[in-house]
Design a protein around this ligand. Structure first.
Ligand code: MN
Ligand code: MN
Length: 327
């Protein structure tokens, strides 16, 4: 093994959470669980679970295909080496990460699917694991927030998205955050939306998230004032509470994320998203999702690679947190 890079970054001597399916193989070989972690439902001893939610029945706005997202993010994850130089941590040397596989979704039945997401993520949280979910469309976030709020109480939420997803209506990918606020899952004055832009249905749509209590950083403001200013603001706003991060990939510009369900021009770059996520270091991250990857519209895996890397950054934050708790 000496000298051969190990996809997933775990040295062969690490004896916990043994890499699955040939981690000694090259990135393009073998069976792609997320970063080659064990694909298992054995929760004992695990810290974090990757959970796929291959559901796009809550996406009625434009183009479907996000059901194929989890598999594609896993495939892209085999190229993630282990060490995060920007954050100074090798997450898999700290975290015992498992790939839980996918939630038992029911195509076309959002209510039943949401029940399954809440139930299965609830089991993981009750066992003491953190959940990082791979979407799926943005409807999957509501039951994830329900499960997290049931365990942690009202949450601080960072929502990265071109869209507010605060329309009124039954649960789907465009109403998630209105429901979450109205159900009390998000703590008052602890909700930040970053990246909003694009033509709206009506003028009220620009006001709705603010009326619901969101601090909104539109994409224009982010690009004009710069990400460090955004990070300073959201750190101030989100500190002191358990933080859930919901990352809709259409926060990125279509040049950086063509493979999404509802693309909007004028968005953030890949690097700006990395800066934003890394800027959360030190906050109390308790869970996250990366949603709306729509592989049929992706090109050269641009969006899938971005998604996998953003998950890697989130895992790095969780690792730093766990490290900080160790004696
Ligand atoms: Mn969304
Ligand atoms: Mn969106």
């Amino acid at each position: 093994m000496a000298g051969l890079p190990s996809s997933g970054g775990i040295p062969p001597s690490a004896d916990r959470a043994q890499p699955a399916y040939g981690a000694h193989l090259l990135a393009y070989a073998g069976i792609p669980s997320f970063m080659r972690r064990p694909a298992t439902r054995e929760l004992a001893g695990a810290d974090v679970a990757i959970v796929g939610v291959p559901y796009d029945g809550g996406a009625t706005s434009y183009r479907s295909g996000a059901r194929l997202g989890p598999r594609q993010i896993r495939a892209a994850s085999t190229l993630l080496w282990g060490y995060n130089a920007a954050l100074g941590v090798a997450p898999l040397e700290v975290l015992r990460l498992i790939d839980y596989g996918d939630v038992a979704v029911q195509p076309g039945d959002t209510a039943q699917t949401m029940g399954a997401i809440a139930q299965e993520s609830g089991v993981l949280l009750a066992a003491g694991l953190s959940v990082v979910a791979l979407g799926g469309d943005h409807s999957i976030t509501l039951p994830l927030l329900r499960a997290h709020a049931a365990r942690y109480g009202p949450l601080a939420v960072l929502h990265l998205d071109a869209h507010a997803d605060t329309w009124a209506g039954p649960p789907d990918h465009s109403t998630t955050f209105r429901h979450a606020i109205e159900e009390g899952l998000i703590a008052p004055a602890s909700y930040v939306l970053v990246g909003m832009r694009g033509p709206l249905w009506a003028a009220e749509d620009a006001i709705a998230p603010r009326e619901l209590g969101a601090l909104v950083w539109g994409a224009d403001e982010c690009l004009t004032l710069g990400i460090p200013a955004v990070v300073a603001s959201l750190r101030e706003h989100l500190a002191g509470r358990p933080l859930y991060v919901s990352l809709d990939l259409d926060a990125a510009d279509p040049a950086y994320a063509p493979g999404v369900g509802t693309p909007e021009i004028g968005g953030l770059t890949s690097h700006q998203l990395l800066q934003l996520v890394r800027g959360l270091r030190g906050l109390r991250l308790i869970g996250a999702d990366v949603v709306e990857l729509c592989p049929p519209y992706d090109h050269g895996d641009i969006t899938a690679v971005l998604a996998a890397n953003l998950v890697f950054e989130l895992l790095s934050l969780l690792a730093l947190q766990l490290k900080g708790q160790q004696p």
